[in-house]
Write a protein that binds this ligand. Structure first.
Ligand SMILES: Cc1cc2nc3c(=O)[nH]c(=O)nc-3n(C[C@H](O)[C@H](O)[C@H](O)COP(=O)(O)O)c2cc1C
Length: 356
């Protein structure tokens, strides 16, 4: 392969590696054989407590594949994707020379490097009809097992916003979840710039007093004392207001979970996020509780929680299910709205590429 073509493949994989992943875990590796790209997943990078059926890892891979597909078209290829049912390679992309990118895909492609999580409060305004139809159109999938719902009813949004904070409420009172949550925080700008896995503290958009408190809360002894006097519930109430400050919640549900269904969820999530970015809308995934609820189906994980915590998580999960479609499994939830730009963004390691 000549250098010019290698450059095109690097552009495709740089787009892939710009995809979102849980706590910026970047759980991927790419193997290039001629014009074939293999997408390998690294589930060990995501914590099992929030990665039931490796769903978080697979969703991130789906988003990476989506970006690669868009960039491949922009680089003049027609990509053909085949999913693999087992093994570390989850999908193979064959690049056929020739083809062009249509205008709608080009606007998504241009949003790949502009897309970021925005954890600020958003303005109290409704989605415009144009933005709404663009979001809904971007979520059309060839996989009929997937569905996307937009929830704009203020009352329903308040209830969901509170249910979502079950994640923080539990993380501030449960030793294992607390340890996991705080081990994922990056405290320095240098670590963030280096593309290290984790959530940079400034991307959490905490007001200054909460930032100082957060540094103390990382000590379990301190968090445990505060948990005894109801501090987690107070935090949950404050965060519920923040979660509800959006124009809509988006929910992606599946009829049945599978490796392919999770990859497809990731692809749709990324298309919606790119479409939101192209329409100058902000987005934040707020999905910890749906992941936690599914993880509790694992016998090893369920023992890490006491009865009260399990009931609280199950109740939140039921609220979310009921607000979309009780017969389907809600996999991913996000808030969408109009917000000021994020204070800081997360960086990536350069993509790991093996040219064979
Ligand atoms: C499966 C998955 C779950 C996520 N869950 C959350 C979440 O619950 N809350 C949140 O603020 N961000 C969540 N994120 C967003 C990531 O933290 C974020 O994409 C990553 O840190 C990289 O930052 P970026 O989106 O700005 O590129 C999730 C992302 C994925 C792919």
């Amino acid at each position: 392969m000549d250098e010019a073509e290698k450059e095109k493949i690097r552009a495709i994989l740089t787009a892939a590696a710009a995809a979102p992943s849980g706590s910026n875990s970047q759980p991927w590796r790419f193997v290039v054989r001629g014009r074939t790209i293999e997408f390998h997943y690294l589930p060990e990078r995501d914590h099992p407590i929030l990665n039931y059926e490796e769903s978080g890892t697979l969703i991130a891979l789906g988003a990476a594949i989506q970006n690669a597909e868009l960039e491949a078209r922009a680089q003049g290829y027609t990509p053909q994707i085949t999913y693999r049912e087992s093994g570390s390679c989850v999908a193979v992309m064959e690049l056929e020379v020739g083809g062009r990118i249509d205008d709608a895909s080009q606007s998504l492609r241009e949003a790949i490097l502009k897309r970021h999580s925005n954890r600020k409060a958003y303005k109290d305004i409704a989605l415009s009809p144009e933005s709404k139809s663009a979001l809904v159109d971007s979520a059309i999938s060839g996989d009929s097992a997937l569905a996307f719902s937009l929830i704009e009813d203020r009352e329903v949004m308040q209830v969901i916003a509170r249910a979502l904070t079950t994640m923080e409420e539990t993380a501030l009172g449960n030793k294992t979840l607390h340890e996991f949550f705080f081990s994922e925080i990056l405290w320095s700008a240098d670590e963030n710039r280096a593309g290290k896995q984790g959530l940079y503290i400034k991307t959490l958009e905490l007001p200054p007093p909460a930032q100082a408190m957060f540094r103390l809360l990382k000590h379990w002894g301190f968090a445990r004392v505060l948990a005894k006097i109801g501090f987690p519930k107070m935090v949950a109430q404050t965060n519920a207001k923040q979660n509800a400050s959006a124009s809509a919640f988006g929910v992606i549900t599946v009829g049945k979970t599978s490796r392919t269904a999770y990859l497809e969820v990731g692809k749709i999530m990324e298309r919606i996020w790119l479409s939101a970015t192209a329409h100058e809308l902000s987005m934040q995934i707020v999905t910890g509780v749906t992941f936690l609820a599914r993880s509790l189906q694992s016998s090893e994980i369920t023992t890490l929680f006491n009865l009260q915590e399990r009931e609280r998580i199950a109740a939140a999960h039921a609220i979310i299910k009921k607000s979309v479609d009780d017969t389907r499994e809600p996999i991913l939830i996000f808030r969408i709205g109009t917000g000021n730009s994020p204070t800081e963004v997360s960086y990536r390691r350069p993509p790991e590429i093996l040219f064979n």
